[in-house]
Design a protein around this ligand. Structure first.
Ligand code: HEC
Ligand code: HEC
Length: 325
């Protein structure tokens, strides 16, 4: 009998200690993406201009890292506060807890080396090497070309420093541990395809992280076969719900019947729409239309061409449900 009790105690002990040991191991050792690279960025006006374009429009850093004007259509970033952070993402954005977009103006990043910013953008860790929550789409930015990453960093250095202390994130267990396992070592840079290359559209679409909102996921993993078919639900403050559109070329439920001109015009029209202040319950959206609208016809057209090459997925999305009165 004693022997059995002894064995049971040992088994229970091991069952308790194993997870504690695993947790301690993860907390002590992860993430481990290696040291930040030493970068030499040769800043030129053209490089800064390219960085400005990526930051504001194509990669839309500004859409997340700026407080939003919640009174306006599509919640545009408030002018004059670009990059100062503080925008809050909670359960409505699929975050198990609450996180805040960081202040990424020089007021917050002046002590970071270029390599540390590069490592944050591509490997997903901060200056101290702690994991960033992957709502920050670093997996997408890891696929940007070296010149484009340098351009973004060079541009960030020229932005006005805005003092704004952002609250600390609060992730629920087990995500506060899992988040440490997601960052991957800095990947070797890719070359950007030329505008004439058929791969160019995929490059632009990736840098815009469109997939992030336009694909349903299960515990953070993209549902295979549903890429770009929309249907991700975003509850709005007033209780309304907006769902991302099906961007595949399905004729009835996607954008199969759209022309390239109509696609580009949707973005251009958003600039005027964003001056409107929808009343509670009226159509509004989290799609950062005004940021992407700064892209050139070539780049928006390239996104359209790329979307056309994807398999059509039939998924009817009801884009908006107003709050119950
Ligand atoms: C979809 C929203 C989103 C987009 C787009 C986005 N970020 Fe972030 N970013 C975040 C969030 C949220 C955090 C904070 C993550 C956390 O606390 O775990 C963050 C963190 C960072 C950090 C780390 C700062 C720190 O103090 O730890 C840097 C640097 C950064 N972002 C730069 C950029 C740049 C540059 C771009 C565009 C190329 C960009 N971000 C685009 C949401 C976003
Ligand atoms: C923050 C989440 C988010 C991101 C990022 C995002 N979208 Fe959207 N998008 C939405 C939502 C929600 C809708 C549906 C409501 C609306 O029309 O604004 C939408 C609608 C659209 C529509 C309208 C389609 C229709 O049937 O009316 C197009 C086109 C579109 N998105 C393209 C893009 C492209 C291209 C990108 C990347 C450059 C992108 N989106 C990134 C959330 C997002």
């Amino acid at each position: 009998m004693r022997k059995i009790i002894f064995i049971v105690v040992i088994i229970i002990g091991v069952l308790i200690l194993l997870p504690i040991g695993a947790l301690t191991f993860v907390v002590m050792t992860k993430p481990n993406v290696g040291a930040a690279p030493t970068l030499t960025i040769t800043t030129t006006p053209a490089l800064i201009e390219r960085g400005r374009y990526l930051y504001h429009f194509q990669a839309a850093c500004v859409a997340c890292h700026t407080p939003w004007d919640t009174t306006k259509f599509s919640f545009p970033p408030i002018a004059g506060k670009e990059g100062s952070g503080g925008s809050k993402f909670g359960r409505e954005s699929g975050v198990p807890g609450v996180i805040y977009a960081s202040n990424i103006t020089p007021a917050a990043l002046s002590s970071w080396s270029d390599g540390e910013i590069y490592r944050a953008l591509t490997a997903g860790v901060n200056k101290q090497g702690d994991a960033l929550f992957p709502l920050m789409p670093y997996g997408h930015y890891a696929k940007l070309s070296q010149p484009d990453l340098h351009a973004i960093i060079a541009y960030m250095r020229t932005m006005p420093a805005i003092q704004n202390t952002v609250q600390k994130r609060l992730l629920a267990f087990p995500m506060n541990v899992i988040v440490r396992l997601i960052p991957a070592a800095v990947t070797p840079p890719v070359a950007a395809p030329a505008e004439t290359d058929p791969a160019y559209g995929a490059y632009v679409t990736n840098s815009g992280a469109c997939l992030h909102c336009h694909t349903r996921s299960n515990h953070g993993k993209v549902k295979e076969g549903s890429e770009f078919s929309g249907g991700v639900e975003f509850p709005l403050e007033d209780g309304s719900k907006v769902r991302s559109a099906n961007l595949t070329s399905d004729m009835t439920t996607g954008i199969g019947s759209w022309t390239k001109d109509a696609f580009i015009k949707r973005f251009r029209d958003s600039m005027a729409l964003s001056l409107n202040s929808p009343k509670a319950g009226e159509f509004n959206t989290v799609m950062p239309w005004t940021s992407y609208a700064g892209m050139s016809d070539t780049d928006l057209g390239a996104i359209f061409d790329y979307l056309k090459t994807l398999p059509a997925v039939s998924n009817k999305v009801e884009k908006f449900t107003p709050a119950m009165k």
